[in-house]
Design a binder for this molecule. Structure first.
Ligand code: EPZ
Length: 431
């Protein structure tokens, strides 16, 4: 049997949990770290599948990667001998395409396999390519590869047709050593875009305006060594905050930046939870029945699309009818069918889910359709009456470090099992 999570639901989750470094900041920063020939030390890196695969990709082209501990790594890009990123790295994590911006920016040439769509939508990269071309790169797609090269990269005024995190990050990296000024209009404002800009500036880049929709990048000749700690993961934090909501628990997420959680805290207040903020922690107490509400996912600082499945699971247990509108991706409701097996009552019409609150979920055997939906279905299992098993947990391990362990420390009955015997043992002990 493949590895799965076994869960016995019904326990209110209570206690404190330390939040790790932000996966989506780490992926951009790890890619950018090869842009200098000096050594970069990165701390507070989450030890998850996605970051470990990207480190392998960096080693595969000649980057020197020295793992100090689970969360600290030293990278030196001076020995990079290959500018072609192998296809199966892209298949494992799309964000390997950040190496396109980093290598193009440093070596004026790079080849990366074209990332496919994934299970939350088609996810085109036209804005990435538009940005590279605006900087003077010749970009061709042949045999499933993106080939980008330039004699020189020159700063330009680039207007993003959609707000896109990935393209903002990729174009920023391609521009940091271009000649002259680059202006990115309609830029993404996510905390991880700001974290990358701060990281690059600590290496000697000259980036202003990150976190607003106009980013100005004055090209510099070289980047140098730095030591940098990655910001906390607002989506991991939000996932644990909603774990309190669905289990009627009391959870304090620690090592967070409350400002990054504002839209999440606001929605939790709206549906009846109590929120207590301190400078690096947020406490969520959920004692009464949750209230219904409406939510629409938006680019930061709006409610994040990566929290859409989690709030939908919570609203599925609230009184009344809620509406969840997914405005970023076109296919991010695949968990609804799994939730129906647990008694959830959700109807999807286009990019909107109409959620009728039910009294309770009941445990079932379900499958994680993608990373965030998988995490949301764990929350449903924790709230449900009885036993739940979740398959395809590899998706969840892409973005959540020690997820079962952290949940168990809050009182959850959850185990990672990989044999029927282990599953029976869990059911006997947890029963
Ligand atoms: C990043 O994906 C994150 N991934 C996603 O998190 C997150 O959901 C997303 O940003 C939105 O916040 C990483 O950071 C590795 P986008 P990305 O470019 O960069 C369209 C997770 O769970 N678009 O902001 O791919 C696109 O189709 C993952 O950790 C274009 O049309 O997202 C989408 O509709 C899931 N053309 C919208 O923009 C382009 O060239 C936003 O995409 C690029 C994007």
């Amino acid at each position: 049997m493949m590895e799965q999570y076994a869960i016995k639901g019904g326990n209110p989750l209570v206690g404190e949990v330390e939040i790790g470094g932000a996966k989506n900041a780490a992926l951009a920063i790890l890619a950018a770290s090869v842009m200098t020939d000096e050594t970069v030390m990165i701390e507070n890196m989450p030890d998850v599948r996605d970051t470990n695969v990207l480190l392998q990709a960096i080693s595969s082209i000649g980057g020197i990667v020295e793992r100090i501990d689970r969360h600290t790594v030293k990278i030196n890009g001076s020995q990079i001998h290959d500018l072609v990123i192998d296809g199966d790295y892209i298949k494992k994590i799309r964000a390997s395409y950040y190496l396109l911006g980093a290598l193009l920016g440093k070596y004026k040439k790079a080849e990366v396999a074209l990332p496919g769509g994934c299970n939350i939508g088609s996810r085109p990269i036209d804005q990435h390519l538009k940005g590279f071309r605006a900087l003077g790169a010749e970009v061709n797609i042949a045999h499933g590869l993106i080939i980008a090269q330039a004699d020189t990269l020159r700063g330009n005024h680039i207007y993003m047709d959609v707000v896109t995190v990935g393209a903002t990050i990729n174009v920023m990296m391609a521009a940091v050593m271009a000649e002259g000024m680059t202006i990115i209009e309609n830029a993404a404002k996510e905390p991880h875009v700001v974290d990358l800009a701060n990281f690059l500036n600590s290496m000697g880049a000259n980036i202003k305006g990150a976190g607003t929709d106009v980013i100005r990048i004055r090209g510099v000749a070289k980047l140098h060594r730095t030591e940098y700690a990655i910001i906390p993961d607002q989506i991991e934090a939000g996932t644990f905050m909603f774990a309190a909501a669905v289990t009627k628990g009391d959870i304090t997420v620690k090592n967070v930046i409350p400002k990054h959680l504002e839209s999440i805290s606001a929605k939790l207040l709206e549906i009846g939870c109590e929120i207590e903020e301190s400078d690096d922690a947020v406490r969520v107490v959920a004692s009464r029945k949750l209230r219904h509400t409406h939510v629409k996912t938006l680019p930061y600082p709006g409610f994040p699309t990566d929290m859409q499945p989690q709030i939908a699971v919570a609203l599925g247990l609230s009184n009344g009818t809620s509406i969840v509108t997914e405005s970023i991706f076109e296919n991010r409701f695949k968990y609804v069918d799994e939730l129906a097996r647990m008694g959830g009552s959700v109807k999807v019409e286009g990019n909107t889910a109409i959620i009728n609150g039910v009294e309770r979920y009941t445990g079932a055997s379900i499958t994680a359709p993608d990373l965030r939906a998988g995490a949301a279905l764990v929350l449903a299992g924790l709230a449900a009456e009885g036993f739940t098993t979740i398959d395809e947990i590899r998706y969840i391990e892409r973005g959540y470090e020690d997820f079962p362990q952290k949940l168990k420390s809050l009182g959850a009955q959850i185990e990672l099992v990989d044999t029927d015997k282990a599953l029976q043992k869990f059911k006997l002990c947890a029963g």
